[in-house]
Write a protein that binds this ligand. Sequence first.
Ligand SMILES: C[S@@+](CC[C@H](N)C(=O)[O-])C[C@H]1O[C@@H](n2cnc3c(N)ncnc32)[C@H](O)[C@@H]1O
Length: 265
Amino acid sequence: MPAWLLYSVVSLFFVLAATALFFFTVTRGALLMRGVMAGSDSDAAHVYPIYSNLRLIRLIDFQPIIAAILLFQYDRLVSAITHGLQHMNLRGKNVLITSCAFGNVIPRVVNAALDTGARRVLIADIIKNELDHAQGKLLSHAGKIEFLQENAIAMKQADNSVSANVIFFLLHELPHHLKGQALKEAGRVLEPGGKLYLAEFHRPDLWVLRALSWTYFKVFEPLGLALWDTHDPLKQLEAMGGFSCERRTVFFGNFQIIVATKNPA
Ligand SMILES: C[S@@+](CC[C@H](N)C(=O)[O-])C[C@H]1O[C@@H](n2cnc3c(N)ncnc32)[C@H](O)[C@@H]1O
């Protein structure tokens, strides 16, 4: 093997290993540390430092990095949600985004909601730094957006108060006993006829992708694997009752978008 090729392979290996180590440290590694130290009983104990530390948030929130983490399906997943919102009658209505996310999903959802006539967009997150960071992406919409520091499992919004609720890749990060509670809250605040848009990971159809995905979840995000079976959000919503649900999977089944419409009372 020529020396330049050997150096390139070794360098690539070190870059990938360093990246993996960095992400492990600021995600699961930090939670493991929290678990052995005192003070892990707060409502936000499950939130990774990459979502709570403002420097880390700013370091990681670059569209190409975020797109790569979602295997370059980010744009497609967001488009499925914005397309759905654009086909709703949101005139004078409230739209809720439950939990912030990296990339341009928040500005795109906000634009779609306001363009369709929504009166207000509420953005809720348990971490204030995430809300401040999201606010920086939405300066031109000041006045039509409310930023709320709230827990997805105990929202302060009234029953039936929003027409659409967008949850983008939150469930896989929640402890199992909170996943169903977050779905119940998402349903409670929706008005009859309102829609919950849920984007999440899903059990891949291809065994190669399934093996890679399983390894990823085991190492970095062990709370996500339950979405494949015991905590399948579609089954949880159907078991709750009161919703008509549609699920679309993309990229060989690796991701899912569920649209749950709340039935009239
Ligand atoms: C939606 S998830 C991650 C999304 C995706 N992995 C991404 O690329 O950004 C991360 C967000 O959920 C928020 N979060 C976690 N638990 C929450 C809870 N119980 N209630 C509200 N927000 C929560 C975190 O603070 C963070 O802003």
